[in-house]
Design a protein around this ligand. Structure first.
Ligand code: SF4
Ligand code: SF4
Length: 310
């Protein structure tokens, strides 16, 4: 059955499939509150097309990353593969429960999710457990945890999204990947246009939410020269030097109307520059299994001058 699951998932868009036994998870994991009968967790990683990052790399088009790399992946491609695999497991008489990230539910009272509007998130209101997605992906053998808390895969580096199916079927497990990709080079941290990644790799979600949506004018072709004219620290914001709090972040985000959202998903102006920098680094080192005919980065990165806003 394992091979049938892998084949079916791959026929429906998954690129990497891994299996973890329930015994690999802490007995207090939300996994066992969600489905106590779980015997196997099946992880699926889907490549985010390298091509959808190109528009942002070149500064030419921004819609494709959020539409095809986030919204379509989360709402169409990934659920379809999960449903098909769940159907197969149910046909065989097993329980199967898909697990995909809910973008609008958050246990933390004062954090946020950069991919959606902060004021649409239900914080602490919904007492529903979610699994730890990154930890579960690592335990399924999909890849390793990179410095900036991205899943790094042998095939596509951090350019993936992922989801899971829980089942009571006992299926042969895959090995957990021994970390070998992340060399702690720090390029992910240095690439962030808003300094949202700290020295220990932790991401400040509010800082990220502000700069994910393009508060750094030197990397945002849609920002007018007089942006943030009501803000005393407008040059700090536009240069990526502002240190935000949850309160000031809300005020800045309310002025980030440079580009329309794609359904509930806020358009990313940084297009996850942290992941792009990591991908470029891993590609240059030649450690990614999936090779392309030309390198992703073809020329020096572009940047506007802060003097354009002064
Ligand atoms: S950019 Fe370097 S430090 Fe960051 S995750 Fe990739 S390999 Fe690790
Ligand atoms: S590069 Fe973008 S996604 Fe990555 S931490 Fe910075 S703002 Fe967030």
């Amino acid at each position: 059955m394992k091979n049938r699951i892998i084949e079916l998932a791959k026929a429906n868009g998954a690129d990497i499939v891994g299996f973890a036994p329930a015994g690999r998870f802490d007995k207090n994991s939300p996994l066992f509150k969600i489905m106590p009968e779980t015997k196997t967790v099946i992880g699926f990683a889907f490549r985010v097309l390298r091509g959808v990052y190109r528009g942002v790399e070149e500064g030419s088009t921004y819609y494709q990353y959020t539409a095809m790399g986030v919204q379509n992946m989360e709402e169409t491609i990934m659920p379809m593969a999960q449903l098909r695999v769940c159907n197969l497991l149910e046909e065989e008489g097993y329980l199967a429960m898909p697990q995909r990230r809910h973008q609008m539910i958050m246990a933390e009272e004062n954090s946020t999710n950069p991919e959606v509007n902060y004021n649409g998130i239900y914080r602490g209101k919904v007492q529903e457990k979610q699994i730890d997605f990154l930890d579960t992906a690592v335990k399924c053998g999909l890849g390793e945890k990179g410095f900036h808390n991205a899943l790094l895969t042998d095939e596509f580096g951090p350019m993936v999204r992922y989801c899971f199916v829980l089942t009571d079927a006992v299926i042969d497990a895959d090995e957990v990947t021994e970390p070998h990709l992340c060399d702690k080079c720090g390029k992910c941290k240095n690439a962030c246009p808003g300094k949202a990644i700290s020295d220990d790799g932790k991401i400040d979600e509010w800082q990220c939410a502000v700069y994910y949506r393009g508060a750094n004018g030197t990397k945002n072709p849609f920002m007018p020269p007089n942006a943030f004219s009501d803000f005393d620290d407008r040059i700090e914001i536009i240069s990526g030097e502002a240190k935000v709090t949850p309160e000031t972040a809300r005020g800045i985000i309310d002025h980030l109307d440079f580009y329309p959202p794609v359904h509930i998903y806020q358009s990313s102006i940084c297009a996850r520059a942290c992941d792009i920098a990591c991908y470029v680094h891993l590609e240059e080192k030649g450690v990614l299994v999936k090779k392309f005919k030309t390198p992703f980065r073809k020329r020096e990165e572009w940047k506007f001058s802060i003097s354009d806003f002064e």
